[in-house]
Design a protein around this ligand. Structure first.
Ligand SMILES: [Zn+2]
Ligand SMILES: [Zn+2]
Length: 364
């Protein structure tokens, strides 16, 4: 299985993307969703499975799922699929059937329905467009090939079993990035400082290298990162690696529907317009500006910055929703001048102004 470089991949898909991409502006797409006469469900799913031609599959899925009115962001790679989507409720059954009939995503030998993780908070829209992208990996790990075997992963624990395991003692490790764990985490969880998954894998292996036979309880948003992390840690010689099945999303559903005691506190960071959903009402984050308790993320309103920050309501007003005095000064300028600055910034950095460097568009 050959790994594509991102550049190669983007060259290969460009002509097709142009033909299939949704051409609506963000505003028009939002207006279209607002007028829909039906409700939607936000859900996510993933599967690690060898896909021979992600490009061909992309075309096929785009055509089929656009017809069903699916919106969202889907990544395809030779190692599998990772999707966060919004499905019209009347089409949910049809979509589920279609998903499980896609030959490339369903191994003939051991067919098993793909697990759908439904979001806890279905009140706000999550996506406005359907975007399917090709990546070199669905979860970037920057590890040499053969560093782990995705068929040898950590034991899956149900939310109930995870609670039991927490009580029995074991090291709880948050496999998400730091900006995710600062607004919500399991009690006593180790939250590594890494800003990317690939850094975090190394950090966790190093942190516990003397404790390879202790139980490690891993969790992440929906399970996709723990699947890979547990495979990597097992390959590194760790012997008792367990993972929360379906991640925090599934755990939060169990808390809501079965009355399970929540040992997760605060909000679950999610990768769509909602940015987070509350699992419990506790606020465990801090305002970036004044350090008082806060857990609402937003991007800095300076379009050349877009830094993702937590702010309290008061500071959001006082700073005009910006992260620094420099950004605040720019936002306070007349729109004409702001546009000039944006143009200069774009030329200077040769990247689109709406693609900030540190905005977590995905967790890889
Ligand atoms: Zn504040
Ligand atoms: Zn800023």
């Amino acid at each position: 299985m050959r790994q594509w470089s991102t550049l190669e991949a983007s060259r290969k898909i460009k002509p097709i993307m142009r033909a299939l991409a949704n051409k609506l502006s963000k505003e028009d797409a939002q207006a279209k969703v607002a007028l829909e006469p039906f409700g939607r469900k936000t859900l996510s799913f993933y599967r690690y499975i060898e896909i021979d031609s992600p490009v061909d599959l992309r075309d096929k899925l785009y055509v089929a799922w656009e017809k069903l009115g699916i919106l969202g962001r889907i990544y395809l790679a030779e190692e599998g699929i990772n999707a966060q989507i919004s499905v019209p409720i009347p089409k949910l059954e049809e979509f589920t059937e279609d998903l499980n009939s896609v030959a490339e995503l369903n191994p003939v030998a051991t067919p098993q329905p793909i697990r759908l993780n439904f979001a806890l908070d279905q009140s706000a829209p999550s996506f406005w467009k359907l975007i399917i992208k090709i990546r070199s990996q669905v979860v970037a790990d920057n590890l040499p090939k053969g560093s782990y075997d995705l068929k040898q992963v950590g034991e899956h624990l149900s939310p109930q079993e995870f609670n039991q395991a927490l009580e029995n003692g074991g090291v709880v490790v948050d496999m998400r990035n730091q900006y995710e764990s600062v607004i919500g985490k399991f009690a006593n969880a180790i939250t590594p400082h890494s800003q990317t998954f690939s850094e975090e894998l190394r950090e966790v292996a190093e942190l516990f290298k003397e404790k390879k036979s202790e139980p490690l309880l891993l969790y992440c948003t929906g399970g996709i990162r723990c699947e890979k992390a547990s495979a990597f840690l097992l390959a590194q010689g760790f012997t008792k690696v367990k993972q929360l099945e379906g991640g925090i999303i599934n755990y939060a559903q169990a808390v809501k529907t079965t009355g399970l005691e929540s040992k997760f506190h605060g909000k679950n960071f999610v990768f769509d317009a909602r940015l987070a959903e509350a699992v419990t009402a506790e606020i465990i984050g801090k305002c970036y500006t004044c350090q008082t308790p806060a857990d609402t993320y937003d991007n800095c309103k300076n379009d050349t910055c877009h830094n993702l920050i937590i702010q309290c309501d008061q500071c959001r007003v006082n700073t005009l929703g910006t992260c620094t005095l420099a950004c605040q000064k720019i936002v306070a300028l007349p729109m004409e001048e702001q546009i000039q600055i944006r143009k200069g910034h774009k030329a200077l950095f040769n990247r689109p102004v709406n693609r900030p460097v540190n905005r977590p568009v995905n967790f890889s």
